[in-house]
Ligand binder design. Structure first.
Ligand code: GUN
Length: 285
């Protein structure tokens, strides 16, 4: 029996993008500001290229400027840092995003830290992470931010709820736990070294799964009535995309579940648009 309601990221994203489009129109009409995003793509990682193209297209759809700078796989760290420095100084560029992962000879942390915190629309700069951790207003990491927005869109109460996060990446796991903590949830992190994970996931009112393994979470890990957020995007041998959660199991046990595709993915890009508009507005403060 299907019990859970599906949280369509696609629908929540479409609504949010429509309101951003209006915001961009007003900004241009009243102040002559067109929010602009520059994405740097190093090398030719096929998945990265498709993400970057999707970001570029999403900007155009809401009337924003965007530019993709493509650099050779062999580009030196110094040349990449010089490009970032040039973009930091360019007033028409409000957001800078360096698509990850970077080739092995480039220090990712050094690159992230080189981006001006005011233009760091990924929310990865240590200054922005520090502000997030101390609950100050700042540019927030897009996937975690999108997850919180999706949960809120359904009017789901977060305060006092037990949120269990599986995965501890810098991009998703760690920051999503922090954002839910900022919303007064009780947060538990699980990862590859966690002992008896099932005992923890069975206590989760909201279970966020970001491990990158198809069918990692099945019925016996899900508490009746839980909210299940599936961040995984895995390609099966058949070519079909699937998440980290057995979707059918979640449908039967959970109260809400996010699908893959059409769940968290569309929200990530939407929050990137939001951050870029915010960065453009922040310049005049
Ligand atoms: N690679 C995978 N996800 C992301 C992301 O959110 N931002 C950047 N810059 N690179 C990524």
């Amino acid at each position: 029996m299907v019990k859970a309601e599906i949280i369509s990221g696609k629908e929540v994203a479409a609504e949010k993008r429509a309101s951003l489009k209006e915001e961009v129109r007003v900004l241009q009409e009243t102040e002559g500001i067109i929010p602009g995003l520059t994405v740097i793509l190093v090398g030719d990682h096929p998945a990265s290229r498709s993400y970057v193209t999707a970001k570029h297209k999403a900007c155009a759809e809401i009337g924003m400027h965007s530019e993709i700078i493509e650099l050779e796989e062999s580009v030196s760290e110094a040349a990449l840092l010089a490009e970032i420095s040039r973009l930091n100084e360019d007033d028409t560029v409000h957001g800078i995003l360096v698509q990850l992962p970077l080739p092995g000879h480039i220090d990712e942390q050094k690159v992230i830290t080189a981006i001006s915190p005011e233009k760091d629309v990924d929310g990865f700069h240590p200054i922005n992470i520090g502000k997030m951790m101390t609950n100050q207003e700042t540019l927030l990491p897009c996937t975690p931010f999108g997850i919180v927005e999706m949960v809120k869109s359904k009017g789901i109460d977060i305060k006092g709820k037990h949120v269990v996060v599986i995965g501890r990446s810098n991009i998703v796991g760690k920051p999503v736990g922090q954002l839910f903590l900022n919303e007064d949830a009780t947060v538990t992190y699980c990862h590859s070294r966690t002992v008896n994970m099932q005992q923890l996931t069975l206590q989760a009112d909201i279970l966020i799964v970001a491990v990158g393994r198809a069918n990692f979470i099945s019925a016996e890990y899900i508490k009746e009535g839980a909210v299940i957020i599936d961040v995984g995007v895995n390609r099966l041998p058949s070519g079909k995309l699937c998440g980290d959660v057995v979707f059918e199991d979640a449908l039967q046990k959970a109260s809400y579940v996010t699908p893959v595709p059409g769940g968290v993915g569309p929200m990530t890009i939407t929050m990137l648009l939001h951050n870029t508009v915010q960065a453009a507005k922040n310049v005049r403060k």
